[in-house]
Design a protein around this ligand. Structure first.
Ligand code: DAH
Length: 345
């Protein structure tokens, strides 16, 4: 029996040594899992050693039992220790390095067209004009008829139009917003209508099938051409500086009588440069006194009221302001172009 006791203790020490070697050489958590399985699982070597308790003499049992419990605890704590040392290696603590440069956030920029648009809106709002909107898909009636452009009149040919089914069009100008505003409001009216327009134009340096306009309209008693000149001149000077001059040339539009085209004096101050093609003047757009026929369509009394209207192309204004010579660049989404318009804070 003494022999049996002795052998049991030896077997325990033997397994302990074996376990310690395995733990020592284990190089991965997978290997640690294997060590656990081989020694501490139900059928593992250490667990099986507990069978010895029944085989030793009763007086030896406490000693063998204590030795086995101690081995099991020892094995478990070695295993835990090693496992946590692996965990630490696997997840190195991220240390904060205050010397690293900060992360850059790519800030967007407001598109140059929209910057100009905002500026125009602010200037007219300051002169008491409300901002009105209308649909981009417009009725033939609002885009043409009510602006005194009948279906077979040659003036329709001035605007290459995208026609849609059911007498609808992609609006070719923002002038239809005049009609919509007068239909829904009684005079006095003082409004601008900024917005997108469409024409069947082949893109080139000065044409884009999509473009922006701002329409202006003022209707009240005793409104005259002098008011139109005063407002357009005040606008030009606010946008480009006090030195800018405005001139009006006679022209024709079906919805104004008399009609004019207006120009701003060029930045070269009349010396003549490539932008104004040597003329000293930059063409902006059309304007005039609202034709009484238009008042007829919206039910305003032309004997009581008069009004002026004007239009302008926003790309043209933005091109002058930023000295851009090709309209297409506004619509190409080239980040190198757009980044130049970041506002400095
Ligand atoms: N709608 C015209 C166009 O796109 C521009 C224009 C001319 C607007 C005269 C007006 C105006 O309000 O009075 O060509």
């Amino acid at each position: 029996m003494a022999d049996k006791n002795e052998n049991s203790l030896k077997a325990i020490d033997q397994i302990r040594k074996e376990f310690e070697e395995r733990i020592q050489t284990a190089g991965s958590t997978e290997e640690l899992d294997a060590v656990h399985r081989d020694f501490l699982s139900k059928k593992g070597k250490i667990s099986r050693l507990f069978g010895l308790i029944g085989k030793v003499s009763p007086e030896e049992r406490p000693r063998v039992g204590a030795r086995l419990n101690e081995l099991r605890q020892h094995a478990q704590s070695l295993l835990d220790e090693k496992r946590s040392s692996f965990d630490k290696q696997a997840k190195p603590v991220e240390e904060f390095d205050p010397t690293l440069p900060g992360r850059e956030f790519p800030f967007g920029a407001i598109h140059p067209m929209m910057q100009v648009m905002d500026e125009i809106k602010t200037i007219f709002a300051g002169m008491g004009f409300r901002i009105e909107e209308g649909p981009e898909i417009e009725t033939d009636y609002h885009n043409f008829e009510a602006l005194n452009i009948p279906e077979f009149h040659p003036s329709r040919a001035m605007q290459d139009t995208f026609y849609l089914p059911d007498k609808m069009v992609l609006r070719t100008h923002t002038s239809p917003v005049q009609i919509r505003t007068m239909e829904s409001q009684k005079p006095p009216v003082r409004m601008i209508a900024p917005g997108r327009c469409f024409r069947r134009d082949t893109p080139d340096a000065s044409h884009s099938p999509t473009f922006y306009q701002v329409e202006g309209l003022c209707v009240d008693k005793n409104v005259t051409f002098a008011d139109l000149k005063g407002v357009v001149t005040a606008f030009a000077q606010k946008l480009f500086g006090e030195d800018i001059k405005v001139r009006f040339r006679p022209s024709f539009f079906p919805f104004t009588e008399p009609s004019a085209e207006y120009d701003f004096s060029c930045f070269c101050q009349g010396k003549g440069c490539a932008v104004c093609k040597g003329t000293g003047w930059l063409e902006i757009s059309g304007a005039g006194m609202v034709d009484p026929a238009v008042f007829g369509f919206v039910g305003y009394d032309p004997k009581l009221y008069s009004g002026y209207a004007f239009g302008m192309g926003i790309e043209r204004i933005a091109m002058l302001k930023y000295k851009i010579n090709d309209i297409r660049i506004f619509y190409e989404n080239d980040i190198r172009f757009l980044e130049q318009f970041k506002m400095v804070r």
